[in-house]
Design a protein around this ligand. Structure first.
Ligand code: SF4
Length: 212
């Protein structure tokens, strides 16, 4: 018997899948991170070149490790890069990958994915390059409107990510966005993904709190 929270999540998941399909995304709802991991693995064919952005979601759920463990993929792992230059080489190689994995900083209830980026490599790869982009998104990232999703990205995700990387931004000091122009700003790019051109994007929604 599902709990009331599980019921709510599955109903919200079904609604979000419909909204995403309306925007030409391939979309799935998975109740747990384990189910989502199985789904993503199924979506990636043996022999694919796979890489990812800085998402905590895909790391925390063990997905990056699982992809290494398959042994049938070419994995470009920025986490294993030896220094900034090596990482930047992987960022560039990502444009030729078969699959780019990421999460989102937020998503609106009508299916718009929101990402903020300081460097721009993640939103660049989401926009163009890798043949497919798979977004794994916990329901904790869902906000009622696009405006609320952008606010979530800047007032919830940004301060946590700034702390995580030790970046000195005003939001790190008090947890609130100051619309800063700091040289270390992590909101240089604010990206809205409204539709999935050519069905390039897949969204795997997860009924758990994942990432920030
Ligand atoms: S304070 Fe700056 S870095 Fe922090 S969320 Fe606002 S614009 Fe982004």
């Amino acid at each position: 018997m599902p709990t009331p929270i599980e019921l709510r999540n599955s109903r919200l998941g079904a609604r979000l899948v419909a909204q995403l399909q309306r925007r030409h995304f391939e979309a799935y709802y998975c109740a747990t991170a384990a189910e989502a991991m199985a789904r993503v693995n199924q979506l990636i064919a043996d022999g694919s070149t796979v890489t990812w952005g800085g998402s905590m979601t895909i790391r925390d759920m063990g997905l990056t490790q699982a992809l290494h463990g398959r042994g049938t993929l070419r994995v470009l792992d920025r986490d294993l890069a030896d220094g900034r230059e090596a990482a930047e080489r992987i960022y560039r190689q990502a444009f030729g990958a078969d699959v780019f994995l990421t999460s989102a900083n937020a998503m609106s209830e009508d299916g718009v994915l929101v990402n903020i980026d300081g460097n721009g490599n993640r939103v660049a790869a989401i926009t163009w390059g890798p043949k497919r982009v798979i977004h794994v998104v916990g329901l904790n990232k869902v906000a009622p409107t696009v405006e609320a999703a952008v606010a979530r990205a800047r007032s919830t995700a940004a301060p946590v990510n700034a702390s995580r990387f030790g970046i000195d931004t005003p939001c790190q000091t008090d947890g609130v966005c100051h619309n800063c122009h700091s040289p270390q700003c992590i909101c240089n790019y604010i990206h809205l993904l409204r539709n999935s051109p050519g069905g390039r994007h897949v969204v795997v929604l997860v009924g758990e709190n994942l990432g920030y």
